[in-house]
Design a protein around this ligand. Structure first.
Ligand code: TYD
Length: 217
């Protein structure tokens, strides 16, 4: 990060159904309402042109790109997202919360591609100030995804399969254990929605205060 006084960049990560989208919204509201932070909520795939193309490709029904092409698209979307949206918001002093970021590529795209190559093509995207893995057993997470699909009639995506979800959960654990390619903090996603938000809020406000104290000294 560029070290600007106010900006702070948080990425929430986890397997599908772990609750990163819900927690992004809830954390953003609490940072705004309780501590008056200016917050910029975002996600990956991004809402930009490359992100929109990726989302179309991810729905299981469409003719998907092969794994390597998809990995390059995710990396391109990320760099574009960072330069176009995240970096300006940080420079402006916002807390940026991204629902998924670099770690998603390292875990998801490494299912089909060489992990070192995936790391290389993502190396220009700066690691966030705080990367949190919302950790949930893959069976529970997949159950949530299936219930959501049954109730809102959404489309099944490329990764919504039991064996893949298990391998993705293992990928996140490996990254967390190795603390690679950067520091990863874990929050227990099984605590219940409110308790997970409490924990994320505590982590963010503590780290934000420490960063600002350093910047002031
Ligand atoms: P997701 O956040 O689950 O989207 P939605 O909010 O629409 O459910 O992201 C879509 C899928 O994209 C998800 O299965 C994970 C996958 N993905 C990757 O494979 N690599 C990446 O780098 C990112 C950001 C997402």
């Amino acid at each position: 990060m560029d070290g600007s006084r106010g900006g702070f960049f948080i990425a929430l990560e986890g397997i599908d159904g772990s609750g990163t989208s819900t927690q992004t919204r809830k954390l953003a509201s609490r940072l705004l309402e309780e501590v008056g932070e200016r917050v910029h909520e975002t996600c990956e795939p991004s809402r930009g042109p490359i992100g929109r193309m990726i989302r179309e490709q991810l729905s299981a029904g469409s003719a998907a790109f092969d794994g390597q092409t998809l990995a390059l698209l995710f990396a391109a979307d990320r760099l574009d997202h960072y330069r176009r949206e995240i970096e300006p918001a940080l420079r402006d002093g916002c807390v940026v919360i991204s629902d998924r970021y670099v770690l998603s590529s390292l875990v998801y795209q490494s299912l089909e591609c060489d992990p070192t190559w995936v790391e290389t093509i993502n190396s220009r995207a700066p690691w966030p100030d705080l990367c949190v893995l919302v950790d949930l057993p893959w069976e529970t997470a997949l159950d949530r995804v299936n219930r959501r699909l049954a109730s809102d009639g959404g489309e099944k995506e490329r990764y919504d399969e039991p064996d893949l979800q298990r391998r993705l959960a293992e990928g996140y654990q490996r990254a967390r254990d190795a603390q690679r390619p950067g520091p990863i903090v874990t929050v227990d996603g099984g605590l219940g929605i409110g308790a997970v938000t409490d924990e994320l809020f505590r982590l963010c406000t503590t780290q934000l205060a420490a960063r600002r104290a350093r910047a002031d000294s």
